[in-house]
Design a protein around this ligand. Structure first.
Ligand SMILES: *Cc1c(COP(=O)(O)O)cnc(C)c1O
Length: 401
């Protein structure tokens, strides 16, 4: 008899392949509270790798709200919302989200990822068509796969292709759903929302927009890209997270009262999971109050974004289409610098880290091309931004002569 081969041996060789391709990833521990400067494995670094755009994740008011809610309601929600895990605090948060988004209602999930999985899967099925931007977040892509609908990906931001796909395919399907990030998380540009909405309305399609990186950041009241592009009040489905600018954990869907009522009955990633913890719920509720009451945080964030972008262009000559390093077009606090290979981006990241600058080196398969992904925060000081430019100049001179 042949010796039985180890059924897990393939994992080691798969890891080796990942390693050889410079795709290997591992975690690094941050100490202390989050902020513009953090301790990374014991060393202070200026943080350009966080989604905490407004600096709220370490804000004392959120911390105190989480402590107070934990003391009053305990640590866990103890059950799914439909069984024993529902608190009035959850409804308060949902009402606050709906007010911010100017929608009839909202529903809070345990994460933005789960909000996308549950919502897309509830809205589309085998007889339906999903049109999706090729650069959408993984949670939108996996939600679409889970639904069993026919999926057509369109070229990033290309409204003409969406139009053609709708003309050619819409009538062969029962329902149609268009999926898009509003701020693209690995590029920093915006979707053509008004045009997509026009197309969706003209062809009887639903439109779901993921505002994960826009909520708290874009729009006069921080409601997101929908507000920024003048689309508040139009029929669409808005997804978002409580874990980025809102500094907490959890996700949400905002839309019509019927949509939300339907999701409470059909979104399995909401029905069959434990309700959000009291601490996360209370922190998010406090964050929503702060983003509405302190617009100066957004003003400061955008000042920092404009300063840094201009310095990258003026002082380092980074523009679109240049080699060896190209600044990707962005209209958000996410600035990406594309480089030639995963190896190069890793070296750049390491060199910056040695100079006390923490940025993420993003590689395939997360993105098609390797890039440094820089996220700007409202709590960065001018000196932080200047240090970044100095460090990047030196890294580029050493690595890309
Ligand atoms: C981060 C992100 C999510 C996931 O949100 P979580 O609350 O972290 O699960 C979903 N969509 C987009 C576009 C994101 O950037």
């Amino acid at each position: 008899m042949n010796p039985v081969t180890d059924p897990y041996a393939w994992i080691e060789s798969a890891l080796e392949t990942i390693y050889q391709a410079d795709w290997y990833r591992s975690v690094k521990a941050i100490q202390g509270r989050p902020g513009a400067v953090v301790q990374l494995e014991g060393k202070p670094v200026i943080n350009f790798a966080s989604n905490d755009y407004l600096g709220l994740a370490g804000d004392e008011r959120l911390v105190q709200a989480a402590i107070a809610a934990t003391q009053e309601y305990g640590t866990g929600s103890t059950g799914s919302r439909l069984i024993s895990g529902h608190r009035e605090l959850h409804r308060e948060l949902e009402r606050a989200i709906a007010r911010l988004k100017q929608t009839e209602d909202a529903l809070v999930f345990s994460s933005g990822y789960l909000a996308n999985l549950g919502t897309i899967n509830a809205l589309a099925g085998k007889r339906d068509l999903i049109l999706a931007d090729q650069y959408n977040h993984a949670s939108l892509k996996n939600g679409a796969i889970l639904s069993g609908a026919t999926i057509l990906e369109y070229r990033h931001g290309d409204i003409e292709i969406v139009k053609r796909m709708l003309e050619q395919q819409r009538n062969d399907y029962r329902r149609c759903l268009i999926l898009t990030d509003s701020v693209f998380s690995m590029d920093g540009d915006l979707c053509p929302l008004p045009q997509l909405l026009d197309l969706a309305e003209a062809s009887g399609c639903m439109l779901l927009v993921d505002e994960a990186h826009a909520t708290g950041v874009l729009g006069a009241t921080g409601a997101g890209c929908v507000e920024h592009l003048g689309c508040s009040g139009r029929s669409l489905i808005q997804i978002g997270t409580l874990s980025k600018a809102l500094g907490s954990l959890g996700g949400y869907v905002a839309g019509s009262a019927n949509l939300i009522d339907f999701l409470r009955n059909r979104a399995s990633s909401w029905i069959y999971t434990t309700g959000l913890s009291p601490a996360d719920t209370a922190a998010a509720l406090t964050a929503i109050q702060i983003i509405q009451q302190e617009p100066q945080r957004r003003t400061q964030l955008w000042q920092n974004v404009h300063w840094l972008k201009q310095a990258l262009i003026d002082e380092l000559g980074c523009v679109h289409d240049t080699t060896p390093i190209a600044l990707l077009p962005s209209t958000s606090p996410i600035l990406c610098m594309q480089v030639s290979s995963p190896g190069t981006v890793l070296k750049l990241g390491r060199s910056l880290l040695e100079q006390g600058i923490f940025v993420s080196a993003v590689r395939p398969p997360t993105v098609p091309t390797s890039r440094l992904r820089i996220t700007v925060m409202a709590t960065h000081e001018l000196a932080h931004l200047e240090q970044f430019i100095t460090a990047l100049r030196s890294s580029l001179q050493n690595l890309l002569p």
